[in-house]
Design a protein around this ligand. Structure first.
Ligand code: FES
Length: 176
């Protein structure tokens, strides 16, 4: 993956990961535990809105996964080069809710699309990799979204929202 990784701009969280790994590496597991438990809030805290971390490494190109954040389904798509190109090359005039693909992805991580999986029409859950744009299809009333989660056909008025998220490393994001 070619990205401007967080290694270029280490954050405090990156440091904590490194520190945790280093401590665990010398066998002081008890010392490491407080760091680990701090970074993994319990289920009730997550349900109340805490950020969640998602490991992207197991998601193969062309695959999608669904996770839950604040009780909402979040689709994470590992887009193929073809999907990225199609999303980037779509003229804004063809979009009911004009947004560039760049506005909906993170620089250097364009292969990843992260969207709230709730149809903006009446709230059904769209199906990934369905519909004539190979993006998302909402079976309730036929809204079709493209590979950037932008509405292309049907009654939905706006694109699938992009939740707040950031890359902690090339293969890990934090949502929220
Ligand atoms: S809820 Fe998705 S098209 Fe109506």
């Amino acid at each position: 993956m070619t990205t401007a990784s967080s290694a270029d701009h280490p954050t405090r969280r990156d440091f904590l990961f490194v520190a945790t790994g280093a401590v665990a590496g010398v066998g002081a597991a008890l010392t490491a535990w407080p760091f680990i438990s701090q970074m993994n809030p319990d289920a009730s805290t997550i349900a109340a809105g805490a950020p969640i971390e998602v490991d992207l490494a197991p998601i193969a190109e062309g695959q999608d996964i669904k996770v839950f954040w604040r009780g909402k389904p979040i689709y994470i798509s590992h887009r193929t080069k073809k999907q990225v190109e199609e999303a980037k090359n779509t003229p804004l005039k063809d979009l009911p809710d004009p947004q560039t693909d760049e506005q909906r992805t993170k620089p250097g991580h364009e292969q990843w699309l992260v969207v709230v999986g709730i149809c903006t029409h009446l709230g059904c859950i769209p199906i990934a990799h369905e519909g004539s744009y190979d993006g998302f299809f909402c079976p309730c009333h036929g809204s079709v979204y493209d590979t950037s989660g932008r509405i292309r056909q049907g009654p939905a008025p706006t694109n699938l929202p992009v939740p707040p998220y950031s890359f902690l490393s090339d293969t890990k994001i934090q949502i929220g």
